[in-house]
Design a protein around this ligand. Structure first.
Ligand SMILES: *Cc1c(COP(=O)(O)O)cnc(C)c1O
Length: 463
């Protein structure tokens, strides 16, 4: 095998250090459609394009780093979820994955509903014209002010998360002369993570009211007695980045069991069941997510079967995908600043962003892929770690990946599947300015969230 342009640094499978990575792809220039937004490709010169625009144009116009969001892809995915579940179910996009007014408008147009979990998210949703009745308000510690605002606005549901909140929401609604539709969030004793299904330690968490020990039943008992509340259903959210439907199966079984107990005790059949979000996406070519229609079919079948067995009318189902809609729609475009080969280890590639625009790698040990975007290359693959510019050695964007061995400062690289939980979790660590979100569609680009400026930073610092 021939060596690449770099004088040092491992290039070959037989000298690779330990780490969690697959062998380099046969063609490093190829863009796996599983991890990239639908309109992403390369033009005749090998430059990555999205929505008909090259990344070099985007970098020139908007600078780097930048989140580049494929609007057509977002709409396609939102619509696929909506269509898959049809008119007998509701799809609530989980706004915490990424929320902006443009996104709210797209969701509205595509017929989706919206989950919010703070006053800020509620304000964004309302200011972009999402009808309040299509908004669900979540959170384990909503403030009285937030609750009042949500009730006054007329949100379609508030998801209650504790005994105290049951009383709090009832009291606020009643004082406003309203009867607030609510769901009660329970923990069913399963917690699902990527590629695994753990049935322990699940109730030991801050969200929800445990089904175990009769607490959830007691919560329903109390809520049903309060005039300010209209209990419309039970809510369960079992985890995130889930590929295996068995966790939903157990959750649905247990939620339906509770609905049956409620019917037997109170003579009421609650009309709704919410199975939460958490459906996984492909961050690397190793991930195999399911299509919305497969998920819809599986969930509908599970709930229908469980309800038939319990002799209950099938409730209206709702789901709350966040990552599965927005995650794959965006990539982060970075410029390479330095390339530092460490003998016998790997090559560190420093980019102009990092943990302030993508905390997931540091926070969850998340895996990402990366591609050279401003050109193609036939150089030998080199094992790289893509790192940021922050004063923290854990400031890693892509832990282990392969890039062409002739990578050099000034090259643009793109990290796909950063649409979810990257901009929404972005920080100002080291007073680094948060990147813009640029939406592209049909050859046109527009900023939907602008880049932060030093004036923005200094405006908050009142001296
Ligand atoms: C986070 C969250 C979601 C969305 O999770 P994804 O993994 O992005 O699909 C849905 N519902 C609730 C209650 C959540 O907390």
């Amino acid at each position: 095998m021939s060596r690449s342009a770099h004088p040092a640094g491992p290039r070959h499978a037989d000298v690779l250090p330990e780490g969690h990575y697959s062998a380099p792809a046969d063609d490093l220039n190829a863009l796996d459609p599983k991890v990239w937004a639908h309109t992403v490709g390369r033009d005749a010169d090998g430059v990555v394009t999205v929505g008909g625009i090259t990344v070099t144009q985007l970098a020139e116009e908007y600078g780097t780093p930048a989140y580049i969001l494929d609007e057509a892809d977002f709409r396609d995915r939102a619509r696929a979820w909506r269509t898959a579940f049809g008119n007998d179910a509701d799809v609530f996009y989980a706004g915490k994955a990424f929320l902006s007014r443009a996104v709210v408008r797209w969701l509205h147009e595509e017929g989706l509903n919206l989950d919010v979990c703070s006053g800020g998210e509620l304000a964004t949703a309302l200011s972009a014209g999402m009808p309040a009745e299509r908004i669900a308000f979540h959170g384990n510690n909503k403030s009285p002010e937030e609750i009042e605002r949500a009730v006054r606005a007329g949100v379609g549901r508030i998801v209650l998360d504790s005994f105290q909140e049951i009383v709090r929401v009832a009291h606020i609604a009643q004082s406003l002369g309203k009867r607030q539709p609510v769901q009660i969030r329970i923990t069913v004793g399963v917690e699902a993570h990527t590629h695994e299904f753990i049935a322990t330690a699940h109730e030991d968490q801050k969200f929800g009211i445990p089904l175990a020990g009769g607490q959830a039943a007691e919560a329903v008992r109390r809520a049903l007695q309060l005039d300010g509340l209209e209990v419309i259903g039970i809510h369960s959210h079992i985890g995130s980045q889930i590929f295996d439907m068995s966790g939903f199966e157990v959750a649905a079984h247990r939620v339906v069991g509770l609905l049956k107990d409620i019917r037997d005790e109170h003579g009421v059949e609650l009309p709704e069941i919410d199975l939460g979000g958490g459906l996984g996406i492909a961050y690397t070519s190793d991930d195999d997510p399911r299509e919305p229609h497969e998920i819809a079919k599986a969930l509908t079948e599970i709930v229908t079967r469980e309800c038939e067995a319990a002799r209950l009318a099938t409730p209206r189902i709702s789901v709350e995908p966040g990552r599965a809609i927005v995650g794959p729609t965006a990539f982060t475009l970075y410029e390479v600043g330095t390339v530092k080969p460490l003998d016998g280890l790997r090559t560190y590639v420093s980019v102009d962003g990092g943990m302030s625009d993508n905390i997931r790698t540091a926070l969850y040990d998340a895996e990402y892929s990366v591609a050279l975007a401003s050109r193609t290359s036939d150089a030998e693959p080199m094992l790289v770690r893509v790192v940021g510019k922050h004063c923290e050695s854990g400031d890693i964007v892509v832990k282990d990946a392969f890039l062409p061995g002739d990578l050099a400062p000034g090259d643009l690289i793109a990290v796909p599947a950063t649409g979810a939980y990257c901009r929404s979790m972005a920080s100002n660590y080291n007073h680094v300015l948060r990147p813009p979100v640029v939406a592209v569609r049909d050859g046109a680009a527009r900023v939907v969230v602008r880049r932060e400026t030093e004036e923005d930073l200094l405006r908050l610092d009142v001296g």
